[in-house]
Design a binder for this molecule. Structure first.
Ligand code: COA
Length: 567
């Protein structure tokens, strides 16, 4: 079928659906919901059999839904309506929630229901639920709805049919007052629910040191105690605030006004204010853990769930030190686990934006990430594995490819390209790694197409080596098991010898240092040259400036218009 996505942004859920529907053989084109005229033009150009709205913030124009079936993906159970479904589900401590695919009509979320899939809630941030449980349920529900639409004889359920038997109903937009924290009364569990209901967007507005911040990235502290509301400790990027019955770590803040009104690590924003707080070393029981190491039967596993997958200079340096420690252990394999939401999204663009010289900080950050990539490539006594529980983008994909093997969870999405960030050339030794694993032709195609890639396609392109069909915690135990069996195979020592011989042969043809030098020469132009595209694109990304048009890499229907104009 010809399917048109009408979407506010090409977010992770839209990317995943794009991948899944294309894999089913559908012709999918994307238009950002900029205004009614643009949406109408897109419908006229693409002539879709079906319109899908994976992530929409306003109503579809009547002239579109009256003439086309438009299926809206709503992150709520059957009968639930309104713009803050997931936020309310967390605030109300629902045990189960769901995703419903309904047909657009004149009333918000009140159209006929084509499919609905439930999931079990997890105690985590809204963004994490969205990227995992909601996305998986949405894929299932959309596939079902598309199948039913194609069958031609399916009668969707009306809202009236649903509401008599099941819960749900209209829920208004969550306001700041609905999730405001009362530090003198709220328990740790309540504080966590409130912060997590607004994480990643919009955050819970609160006051710290007489400044107004939105709070994100909240985790419980099990041992520290203090006066409710008071900051009592710091650990890595996070500060700890006491609650009435415990304490909470807050990793990231966004200042409401001020010089840098975007998300930054809490201790970075409050550097002087928290300097006197006791600094805690994180361990399994206490503190905020950004990087940790575990060992299972000869395999070292390095976890690094950096918030939003962004890797700043200091984080790369800390991870490099942890990797070097892991390499000194008497183990045979090292698995780079990333985090449950992201493996890595490359350089930390917010930290770069906040630096006094964005160009200098970009340079420091890319060198720090390159040092890490080189350390992975030059691992001689261990086999290295990058295990992708969550998505990876830009430099994060190539950093993963620096490992000897890349294993990915089936639902993972990769964005192995840099050009959307103002034609950034990219580094992380991608000019060595991509042709080596994927071949010259695929390498060019991957970098130029600028499209998200699913796990199966990534495997076909040798961007990854193994697809693991296990969700969440199941994925981590599957990785542990696979890694421990990998080092026990009789061929293990031979493999190690072979990889070192191959590395030496590659080095003789062209040293790693030369790849890096050439890549960084281009990056220098991006950072310091006369063309400001990278700085403009980064500013727009960090400040979330709405897109004014859909990139042609996504809006296939606009190609015909361009071709017509040219001819
Ligand atoms: N630095 C800082 N923040 C980043 C980031 C980065 N490299 N990559 C993603 N984020 C943040 C986003 O700003 C967003 O923040 P929010 O929680 O305030 O909304 C959050 O992570 C999720 O990102 P989003 O873009 O909504 O996720 P997605 O899954 O829809 O898209 C990418 C994934 C990778 C395509 C997209 O995030 C991206 O292009 N990131 C930049 C990659 C890059 O150019 N890195 C630098 C070159 S190495």
């Amino acid at each position: 079928m010809r399917i048109l996505f009408l979407t506010h942004a090409f977010n992770s859920l839209s990317q995943r659906l794009h991948v899944e529907l294309r894999a089913m053989g559908h012709e999918v084109s994307v238009e950002f919901d900029i205004n009614d005229a643009v949406a109408l033009e897109a419908v006229g150009l693409h002539r879709p059999d079906l319109i899908i709205a994976p992530f929409l913030k306003r109503a579809i124009p009547e002239s579109i839904w009256r003439n086309h079936v438009c299926l809206v993906v709503h992150p709520g159970i059957r009968g639930d309506r309104g713009p803050s479904s997931l936020d309310w589900a967390i605030l109300k401590d629902e045990r189960h929630w769901g995703v419903t695919v309904l047909q657009a009509n004149g009333e918000m979320d009140a159209g006929d229901i084509w499919a609905s899939v439930k999931f079990e809630m997890r105690e985590t941030a809204k963004g994490s639920l969205y990227r995992n449980e909601v996305t998986e349920a949405a894929v299932e529900a959309v596939m079902l709805a598309v199948e039913r639409f194609q069958a031609g004889d399916y009668q969707p359920q009306t809202l009236e049919q649903v509401c008599t038997t099941q819960r749900g109903g209209w829920q208004p937009l969550v306001r700041q007052t609905d999730r405001a924290i009362d530090w003198q009364r709220d328990t740790t569990a309540e504080v966590l629910r409130k912060i997590r209901s607004g994480d990643g967007v919009p955050g819970v507005l609160d006051e710290l040191f007489k400044r107004q911040f939105y709070l994100y990235d909240a985790w419980p502290e099990t041992t520290l105690r203090g006066k409710p509301g008071e900051p009592i400790a710091r650990c890595g990027p996070a500060i700890c605030r006491a609650s009435v019955d415990g304490a909470v770590w807050i990793g990231h803040l966004r200042e409401r006004e001020g010089e840098h009104p975007f998300k930054l690590p809490a201790t970075h924003l409050l550097a002087q204010k928290v300097a006197d707080l006791p600094e805690i070393e994180a361990d399994a029981d206490s503190g905020y853990r950004e990087i940790w190491y575990e060992e299972v039967e000869g395999v070292g596993l390095l976890h690094f769930p950096f918030y939003n997958g962004a890797m700043g200079t200091a984080q790369c340096e800390a991870l490099l030190a942890a990797l070097r420690d892991a390499k000194r252990r008497d183990t045979r394999a090292i698995v780079l686990m990333g985090g449950p939401d992201y493996w890595s999204n490359g350089m930390h663009l917010n930290m770069i934006e906040a630096a006094s010289s964005a160009a200098d900080e970009s340079w420091r950050n890319i060198n720090a990430i390159d040092d890490l990539a080189r350390e992975i490539i030059q691992t001689e006594n261990h086999l290295t594995v990058a295990a992708l529980q969550g998505n990876a983008g830009a430099g994060g994909v190539f950093l993963a490819r620096a490992a000897d093997e890349v294993w990915a969870r089936r639902g993972v999405i990769l964005n192995p390209h840099y050009k959307d960030m103002g034609n950034l050339f990219g580094s992380e030794y991608w000019t060595y790694l991509l042709p080596r694993y994927s071949g010259d032709e695929s390498a060019t195609q991957i970098v130029e197409s600028r499209l998200p890639i699913g796990a199966d396609e990534a495997k076909a392109l040798n961007l990854i080596d193994k697809v693991i069909d296990e969700p969440d915690a199941g994925f981590v135990s599957a990785v542990r098991q696979l890694a421990t069996s990998m080092i026990r195979t009789p061929a293990f020592t031979e493999r190690l010898l072979y990889k070192n011989a191959r590395r030496q042969a590659d080095e003789a043809i062209k040293p790693l240092a030369r790849y890096r030098e050439e890549e960084l020469e281009q990056m220098k132009r991006n950072f310091y040259g006369f063309d400001p595209s990278y700085h403009v694109a980064r500013y727009n990304f960090v400040y979330k400036v709405p897109k004014s048009r859909t990139p042609l890499t996504l809006a296939n229907h606009r190609w015909t218009k361009v071709v017509r104009r040219v001819s």
